[in-house]
Design a protein around this ligand. Structure first.
Ligand code: NAD
Length: 372
């Protein structure tokens, strides 16, 4: 049976716009070819372009559309043009407002090493080839949001900075549950990373994760790992992991480290998920590339669109349950890389350098071939 899925496209600024055009072509392909789904799309402004038109980086109308959509595809925001706008209405505030209002507490950052790009990693081919792991980061709590958060001047004139790390057991429980859900949908293996040896937050995190592993996560292979050891293991032997769930601060660092095992920013997708909305059990969701608006190459047909296209692949997998379509898209990307197509950011000797549009052409052609 075919379902209809509503997608809101928020291309934003800079290369976000160019990359989203390629996603629209992929969407059109599935609308034409898939018997399982019809995508209805709407679009709106976010970031600098919204500031130019409305004076704010995200209007209430755009936010309402995002709340009502089955998933949001986000491009990138920002650029030198808006460097001097007031802090609270800077382009990035549009993205932060979306994350906050949609309560997107679970950030998924896959690190996938396509065989054709194994040489581009700073690690040896055999360590990274075929790597496919997922760092799951808590996104709305912990050290970045805890209060008090301040710099105070002491009586003797010295200054003292305070950041507060705080998690409640429900906050830990909901993210660890997502970890078990994702592990089940992948290789049935979950690591939970914290610092229970030196932090009370780690003690509580471990306690909650341990309890969940005995009921909610029953049947999933589960291990605790200290976050610093996790960082070491990620560069020593990353393929030992499948899903790693961790807090906001450690997740920020571990997801960047894991991502860089695989090469360029232009290849990295991400997803941010909220609570199931109750209606049909699906979660609020926003999908976006990890990279920014890249003003240095914007408007020149140089951007690698794969991070944004692969983010749409994550929407197929995690919002719409269209596993076959997601696998087809991943295969098309992998084949195009194996055929030697490269944008400038991932260019290697003897490969065929192409622009944003030509990379889109190649992926579309390969989608046709894979589904023929
Ligand atoms: P950036 O990610 O935009 O670019 C960093 C470098 O990587 C640049 O040299 C760029 O050309 C290259 N690059 C990035 N994505 C690429 C792609 N798809 N293909 C080829 N090359 C790519 O980071 P930055 O330069 O630090 O920031 C530029 C602007 O983007 C700033 O205004 C920043 O605030 C904003 N930003 C936005 C987001 C977001 O929207 N989520 C994230 C990071 C930065």
């Amino acid at each position: 049976m075919s379902t209809t899925q509503k997608l809101l496209l928020l291309p934003g600024d800079g290369i976000g716009v160019e990359a989203m055009v390629q996603v629209e072509r992929v969407l059109a392909f599935f609308n034409e070819k898939s018997n399982n789904v019809t995508f209805e799309t709407d679009s709106d402004l976010v970031g600098g372009c919204a500031i130019d038109k409305y004076g704010v980086p995200l209007t209430n109308e755009a936010l309402d559309k995002a709340q009502a959509a089955d998933a949001v595809m986000f491009g990138s925001v920002g650029g030198p043009k808006w460097a001097d706008v007031p802090f609270d209405i800077r382009p990035e505030a549009g993205l932060l407002r979306l994350r906050k209002e949609m309560d997107l507490f679970a950030n998924l950052r896959p690190a996938i090493c396509y065989p054709a790009l194994a040489e581009a990693s700073s690690l040896r081919r055999e360590v990274v080839e075929g790597l496919d792991i997922l760092i799951l980061r808590e996104l709305t709590g912990g050290t970045y949001f805890g209060e008090p958060k301040e710099v105070v001047t002491l009586e003797n004139g010295d200054r003292r900075a305070v950041d507060t790390t705080s998690y409640t057991s429900p906050e830990i429980e909901r993210i660890v549950k997502v970890g078990f859900d994702l592990a089940r949908a992948r290789s049935n293996k979950l690591h939970s990373a914290e610092k229970h040896n030196v932090m009370m937050n780690g003690v509580l995190w471990k306690e909650v994760a341990e309890r969940l592993s005995k009921d909610y996560g029953k049947g999933v292979e589960f291990e605790h790992i200290l976050a610093d050891n996790c960082a070491m293991q990620l560069v020593r032997n990353p393929k030992q992991f499948d899903v790693v769930v961790t807090d906001n601060l450690f997740g920020d660092i571990l997801s960047d480290a894991a991502a860089m095992l695989t090469g360029s920013l232009g290849m990295l997708p991400s997803a941010s998920l909220g609570e199931p909305d109750g209606k049909n059990g699906t979660r609020k969701a926003l999908y976006e590339p990890v990279h920014g608006s890249a003003p240095d190459i914007s408007g020149q047909n140089k951007a690698n669109p794969i991070a944004t296209i692969a983010s749409f692949g994550m929407a197929l997998r995690y919002s719409f349950g269209l596993i076959e379509e997601a696998n087809v898209l991943d295969k098309a990307i992998s084949n195009v890389l194996a055929q030697g197509f490269r944008t400038g950011d991932i260019m290697q000797p003897n490969m065929h350098q192409v622009g944003t549009i030509e990379m889109g052409d190649a992926i579309l052609k390969e989608l046709g071939a894979v589904t023929a």
